[in-house]
Design a protein around this ligand. Structure first.
Ligand code: SF4
Length: 436
């Protein structure tokens, strides 16, 4: 039981018991509060409150109206309270192509993917995320990130199920120890929505990596007896699909290890299931500082009012937020789209952290872009927007070499003791370099 005694007991009626067990749903969970996350100033006259609220919240690009219309059409009997309950969203995920056909006219490529779903990454989309892509056409970027196509079944030369060689760097099940001072801790293999380009598609969604305390204790033991580990990244699967109590248990156990200085959580929840970011969750998380979060945003259309609110709650809890974005062919591979995304992220108080070249996982050729495209995007951002908005473009080296940063070449060479540099406008400048 949590230290704060403000939880209400809620019967677990919405979540099927096996699924509830898998995601760590617990009876003491309560649905998200519909209250605004920034308390409104009581001294302001009512007519000023809306204006004041607008000033506090950076206005997102659209309103929840399309989501409301989607709900009215497809879920007319579902109350707002249910819709905003993260456990309802998880229990009512779209899990098959036949379910998906109720919402989308599937293309032949999408229909043919049914076979890969038997053996590979399963299909799952929260009703909330589906509401963002219904009615937008088959080429719509968000649709392509979550609706499978037959191309996933075709492995090209150079692709592999585990391109980063994580299995070879795993001292105990569910733990990857690549860099000396930090570990990747796979808490479970469950996500609320599966991204078709997922680097860990060999693991996630297969129902084999559970929140099993014996496995977790093994991993904790390894961390405990390895004093060089100062940074633990909880990932998966998505750790925020665990219930508050389980997450609290794990964070508490990690916090008891003296040499663990920081804990990071990798999650896509604010983009695909923002309802999960409840006041109760952030109250629990803030007890485990220093805690950081790596969020996973792909496209500016994910930056909805709901996502803004989720990020605001996390930021208000003092959690530094960074975003990791995968560069994806015809999804976010233009300067304009990426600029739009990073500008939204900064307004959401999320620092664009990494831009990843898409890993060569099996069946990912239709998602991958030439590296030159990534460099072109960085060139189109540097100098044209705030430095805070520019992520580090990296390739995660196949075979387990770690992240390697890539930069456009701004250094043109040397003329005597002068360094020849090119600025963002392509103009040449000389810098008197000190010779060593
Ligand atoms: S949320 Fe992360 S772990 Fe889950 S499917 Fe997407 S990329 Fe993979």
């Amino acid at each position: 039981m949590h230290r704060n005694g403000c939880r209400t007991m809620k019967p677990k009626t919405d979540v099927p018991s096996t699924r509830a067990n898998e995601v760590g749903s617990e009876v003491e969970e309560e649905p998200p509060s519909p209250q605004p996350c920034v308390p409104l100033a009581p001294h302001l006259p009512a007519k000023n409150l809306a204006r004041r609220k607008l000033a506090l919240h950076s206005p997102p690009p659209d309103t929840p109206t399309p989501r409301r219309r989607f709900k009215q059409i497809y879920y007319p009997d579902i109350s707002e309270r249910q819709w905003n309950d993260w456990q309802w969203q998880i229990a009512n995920r779209i899990r098959s192509l036949s379910q998906l056909e109720r919402f989308l006219r599937l293309t032949p490529q999408e229909q043919m993917s049914a076979e890969c779903l038997q053996t590979k990454l399963p299909l799952a989309i929260t009703p909330y995320y589906l509401s963002l892509l219904v009615g937008r056409g088959e080429a719509y970027p968000l649709r392509r990130t979550v609706v499978p196509v037959i191309n996933e079944f075709i492995t090209q030369p150079g692709e592999a199920d585990d391109p980063l060689g994580e299995e070879n760097q795993s001292p105990v099940p569910g733990l990857v120890h690549r860099y000396p001072d930090r570990v990747l801790f796979l808490t479970l293999d469950f996500c609320s929505t599966y991204c078709r380009y997922c680097t860990r598609s060999r693991v996630v969604g297969h129902g084999r990596l559970f929140f099993n305390r014996r496995r977790l204790e093994n991993a904790l033991d390894y961390i405990r007896r390895t004093p060089t580990i100062r940074d633990v990244l909880l990932s998966g699967g998505d750790p925020l699909t665990l219930g508050d109590s389980r997450l609290d248990w794990l964070l508490t156990r990690l916090r008891q290890i003296k040499h663990v200085q920081i804990i990071r959580i990798g999650t896509k929840v604010p983009a695909v299931l923002p309802q999960r970011i409840t006041p109760q969750l952030v109250r629990m998380l803030r007890r485990h500082h220093p805690l950081l979060m790596s969020l996973h945003f792909t496209h500016p259309d994910e930056c909805t009012p709901e996502a803004y609110r989720a990020c605001q709650r996390l930021a208000d809890a003092g959690i530094p937020l960074g975003s990791q974005t995968v560069l994806l062919n015809q999804i976010n591979d233009s300067v304009e789209t990426m600029r739009d995304l990073v500008h939204h992220l900064l307004q959401m108080r999320v620092r664009p952290y990494y831009l990843y070249q898409c890993d060569p996982i099996s069946g990912s050729a239709h998602f991958r872009t030439p590296v030159e495209k990534g460099l072109e995007i960085i060139r189109g951002l540097r100098g044209f927007t705030s430095g805070y908005a520019i992520p580090t473009y990296v390739i995660d080296a196949p075979g387990g070499g770690g992240k390697i940063p890539l930069m456009p070449n701004y250094c043109q060479g040397r003329e005597g003791d002068q360094l020849v540099l090119q600025n963002y406008e392509g103009k040449t400048f000389h810098y008197p370099d000190v010779m060593s």
